[in-house]
Ligand binder design. Sequence first.
Ligand code: AMP
Length: 110
Amino acid sequence: EKSIFEMILDKELESEIIYEDEDIFSIKDINPIAPVHLLIIPKKRINTINDVSEEDTLLIGKMVQVAKKLAKEYEINQSGYRLIFNTNDDGGQTVYHIHLHLIGGEKLKW
Ligand code: AMP
């Protein structure tokens, strides 16, 4: 069964893709918790951070590079932001296809 993000990538679900390269894409979160709330998503389906393998190391690093680039593009690189991977139930993960939340644009409360 496809994840929501695979459906977006395959154009089966409507969403504006704000960044794309051969490994990664990014969309705006449909339910933003701050003025800037983007999701950085690998095209490769990995269910949770627990499933990240040694060979995914470069991919995870690239996701951080994309987050850095988007933080600058959305002009929150100086004010600050948060990068989050939610994992499994206690972590609040709802979509089982790893994604990095990029959140900022206001003073964040923990
Ligand atoms: P998580 O709870 O960490 O698994 O994050 C999943 C995120 O995906 C949530 O913040 C949702 O608001 C977001 N989300 C779910 N469906 C969509 C969608 N169709 N387009 C954009 N964001 C979505």
